[in-house]
Design a protein around this ligand. Structure first.
Ligand SMILES: O=C(O)CCC(=O)C(=O)O
Ligand SMILES: [Fe+2]
Length: 324
C-alpha cells in the first residue's frame, strides 16, 4: 500500500513573502511538489471548467478528431501517447486536449477550438482559465526566484516570462481498470519545463516517487486538497538549480473511477538559455548540465513523447482502421 504524503501548503497571498519563499525552498528540495492555496482561481470557476471539459470529451469521436492535435494543439485520443517513452504498453488510457498560449500575437492562431454552436462558451472559459493560471504562475515564479536567493523579478529579467511557452492540457481518464499491460492512467514521467500547476476533480490516482534513481521505486499518494492547486517542478527548473530542486517522477494510477484533471505547463520561450543559476553552483558543486536553449530541450522531449504529427495520425488510424 502506498503511503499518503503530507505535502507542504503554500499560501500565495501571504504578505510574508520571505517565509513563503523559505517554505517553497524546503518543499522543492524535499518533494518537488507542493499545494498552493489562495492562488486566485476560484473553486466555482474550476467546477465550470470541469463541466466544459466533460462536455468536450463526451462528444462523438469524429467531432473530437476534427480537432486532432496539430502543432501540439488540439485533441489527442486514447492510447495515442505514452508519457514513459521506455514503456512497451500500447499507450496511456487517457485522452487530452492541448491549448497553447492565448496571450501573444504570433502563435495564438495555432490553437484549435470547438465551434461556439457545438460547445457554447467553451473557448472564452478556457481562455480565461489560461490567463488566470498564467498570472498565478508568474506570481509563483517570483516567490520561486526569492526562494533561490535571486531577485524576485529574476525570471522576467532572463526572458523566461517573455511570451512564456505555456500549455494548458485538459485530461480525461476513462473509469475502467486497464488490463495488465495498461496498468497506468498516465505512465511515470517528469514534466519538462519550469513549473506545472495541476487541478483535479478530486478523484485520486496521482502518485509521486521522490527517489527516481532508487530501486525498488517507492510511490506515495498525493491526496486531494479542496481548492488547492498542486504544483510541481519541471526538468528545466531542475537544470537551472543544478538538481537542488527536484523534478519528481509522478504517475496516475487507475482507480476504476472516471477522472478529469487540468495541467498548466509553464515553459521558458524557445530562445531562453537555461544554464545553472549562480546561486546554485560553486567550486565544490559545479554545474552538472551544459547551457541549453529551452526550445532545443523541449522539442527533443516532445519528439520522444509524441513522435511527429504524422505519427499521431498514423497511430490514430492504426487504432481505428489500420495505418497506411
Ligand atoms: O492528471 C494528473 O493528475 C497528472 C497529469 C500529469 O502529470 C501530466 O499531464 O503531466
Ligand atoms: Fe506530469
Amino acid at each position: 500500500m502506498p503511503a499518503t504524503l503530507s505535502l507542504p501548503i503554500i499560501d500565495l497571498s501571504s504578505p510574508n513573502r520571505l517565509s513563503s519563499a523559505n517554505s517553497i525552498r524546503q518543499a522543492c528540495i524535499e518533494y518537488g511538489f507542493f499545494y498552493l492555496v489562495n492562488h486566485g482561481v476560484d473553486t466555482e470557476f474550476m467546477r465550470r471548467v470541469f463541466d466544459h471539459s466533460a462536455k468536450f470529451f463526451s462528444l462523438p469521436l469524429q467531432h473530437k478528431m476534427d480537432l486532432a492535435r496539430k502543432e501540439y494543439r488540439g485533441y489527442t485520443p486514447l492510447y495515442a501517447e505514452t508519457l514513459d517513452p521506455t514503456s512497451l504498453s500500447k499507450g496511456d488510457p487517457k485522452e487530452s486536449y492541448y491549448i497553447g498560449s492565448v496571450a501573444d500575437t504570433t502563435s495564438v492562431q495555432l490553437n484549435q477550438w470547438p465551434s461556439e454552436e457545438l460547445l457554447p462558451n467553451w473557448r472564452p472559459t478556457l481562455e480565461s482559465l489560461f490567463l488566470k493560471l498564467l498570472a498565478t504562475g508568474k506570481e509563483l515564479l517570483s516567490l520561486i526566484a526569492l526562494s533561490l536567493h535571486l531577485d524576485e523579478n529574476y525570471f522576467e529579467k532572463i526572458g523566461a516570462l517573455d511570451k512564456p511557452a505555456a500549455f494548458l492540457r485538459l485530461l480525461h481518464y476513462a473509469g475502467e481498470l486497464g488490463s495488465h499491460e495498461q496498468m497506468y492512467g498516465a505512465s511515470p514521467h517528469s514534466d519538462y519545463g519550469m513549473v506545472t500547476l495541476l487541478v483535479t476533480n478530486g478523484v485520486p490516482g496521482l502518485q509521486i516517487c521522490k527517489e527516481k534513481f532508487k530501486q525498488p521505486q517507492v510511490w506515495e499518494d498525493v491526496h486531494h486538497v479542496e481548492g488547492a492547486l498542486i504544483v510541481n517542478i519541471g526538468d528545466l527548473m531542475e537544470r537551472w538549480t543544478n538538481c537542488l530542486y527536484r523534478s519528481t517522477l509522478h504517475r496516475v494510477m487507475p482507480t476504476g473511477k472516471e477522472r478529469y484533471s487540468v495541467a498548466f505547463f509553464m515553459d521558458p520561450p524557445p530562445n531562453c538559455v537555461v544554464e545553472c543559476f549562480e546561486s546554485c553552483c560553486s567550486e565544490s558543486s559545479p554545474p552538472r548540465f551544459p547551457p541549453i536553449r529551452s526550445g532545443d530541450y523541449l522539442n527533443e522531449r516532445f519528439r520522444v513523447t509524441y513522435g511527429s504529427e504524422r505519427d499521431l495520425k498514423c497511430s490514430i488510424q492504426s487504432k481505428n482502421q489500420g495505418c497506411t
